[in-house]
Design a binder for this molecule. Structure first.
Ligand SMILES: [Zn+2]
Length: 420
């Protein structure tokens, strides 16, 4: 077996030199086709779900689209070691290890959580790729990287084993005060955290050289506050349980990690797409034509950085947070960006909010206490205009409440709690 650090280094170098070798979309498509063909022939048919493909020449389009529900109906069918759901959850609740395999789970709502399994080699390849993209000069610097995430996945334990790089994890399931002194003592040069945490860290005595938002939706008002607070441009790492999906380039634009996995895009209306992933870099768990619950707005203009990797203008939110409301001719769907824009455009003073669909025709807008009076009225009026314009039937309820501090879990500012 290849030692893990060599795997990380190989992956790092491969990703670092990728744009030099694969210069445009056509070359990228050719390169991906070769990777996909080898993966479809060799790795995909080894799991039970695709056993019927053994010995056949198939293309990606021949495979059905799957999602988390398909995967979790029988986890063993998609994993090389045939790990059952019961075995997977037992390992996750225990050591999160099975031999040299790591078992993780997504942070979804209960009943909607997904398992994943990753080998040691895949874990280190992932680490090399993320370093190459996020901190390309990491091998020349002695960085101290602080990663602040809800630590429900051991994927991130990889890096503290690499020599030059000091890496520490801070579990944000507790309050910021519980780790603030430790974090300041560590004096990180690179900080990775969800935007709501980064905003709170700007009040601490920290002087990072790079700051990355990760794991939650980044709003423009978050970006403004974070960049002003730290005095450095904010980068973005787009990741999911499903892997590393994208990283901001030197030009500040978010590129999908098409040098690590294949993306197809399913239109969902309003100029948005849901990505369908085929991860040709992994074989312990097969993710082939796997529909992600995210909504993206793509940017088709080439990036001045020269990378052929697809640019994402915005990670808009989650598909299951699309509001579904009654209209005169049936259901009206409103994507999170429409609702968010209505709120932040109502008044420039709004720098935090929460909008929740709580029932079949009921919504509650939460604003900070300072915004509850006149700003709140203006915002409600604007939201009503947007709802009317999109054809939501009159008679819905839209209430306002005071925003309280986010209690934990992944923050989604536009959220559908009602699953009718
Ligand atoms: Zn770029």
């Amino acid at each position: 077996m290849i030692p893990p650090l060599l795997t990380a280094l190989w992956s790092y170098l491969r990703v670092r030199t990728f744009s030099g070798r694969v210069r445009d979309r056509a070359a990228l498509a050719l390169w991906q086709d070769r990777r996909l063909a080898a993966w479809l022939a060799k790795d995909v048919p080894r799991v039970d779900a695709f056993a019927q493909l053994r010995g056949q020449t198939v293309s990606l389009a021949d495979l059905p689209v799957m999602d988390k529900a398909t995967l979790m109906a029988d986890f063993s069918r998609y994993t090389l070691p045939r790990i059952t759901n019961a075995q997977g959850w037992a390992a996750f609740d225990g050591t999160r290890r099975m031999g040299d395999l790591t078992i993780g789970a997504s942070t979804g709502t209960s009943g909607n959580r997904g398992l994943f399994v990753i080998s040691e080699a895949e874990r280190f390849a992932w680490l090399g790729a993320i370093l190459a993209k996020a901190v390309p000069d990491v091998w020349r610097r002695r960085d101290r990287v602080a990663v602040l995430l809800p630590l429900d996945t051991p994927l991130y334990d990889s890096a503290n084993q690499t020599g030059r790089l000091r890496l520490r994890f801070f579990d944000i399931t507790g309050p910021v005060d519980s780790f603030a002194a430790d974090l300041v003592g560590f004096a990180p040069t690179i900080i990775v955290a969800p935007p709501r945490i980064l905003r709170r860290l700007t009040g601490l005595d920290l002087i990072p050289r790079r700051v990355f938002s990760a794991a939650e939706k980044l709003e423009e008002f978050d970006r403004t506050a974070i960049e002003a607070g730290f005095g450095v441009p904010l980068g973005q790492i787009y990741m999911a349980t499903e892997g590393l999906l994208g990283v901001t380039c030197a030009q500040g634009r978010l590129h999908l990690a098409e040098d690590c996995l294949h993306f197809a895009f399913e239109p969902v209306g309003g100029g948005l797409v849901s990505p369908i992933l085929s991860d040709f870099s992994r074989r312990t768990q097969i993710m082939a034509r796997y529909r992600l619950n995210d909504l993206l707005r793509l940017d088709q203009a080439p990036c001045p950085c020269g990378s052929p990797l697809q640019v994402v203008a915005e990670v808009v939110g989650r598909a299951d947070d699309i509001f579904v409301l009654p209209g005169p001719q049936g259901r009206v769907e409103l994507t999170p960006d429409i609702l968010r824009n209505a709120i932040v455009d109502a008044d420039r003073g709004i720098d935090d909010f929460l909008l929740v669909q709580t029932g079949p025709a009921a919504m509650v807008l939460h604003l900070p206490k300072a915004n509850l009076g006149q700003v709140g009225d203006k915002t409600l009026a604007r939201l009503r205009r947007v709802l009317d314009r999109h054809g939501v039937a009159p008679g819905y309820s839209l209430d306002i409440a005071e925003l309280t501090r986010h209690a934990g879990g992944k923050l989604r500012r536009v959220r559908r709690d009602f699953k009718g």
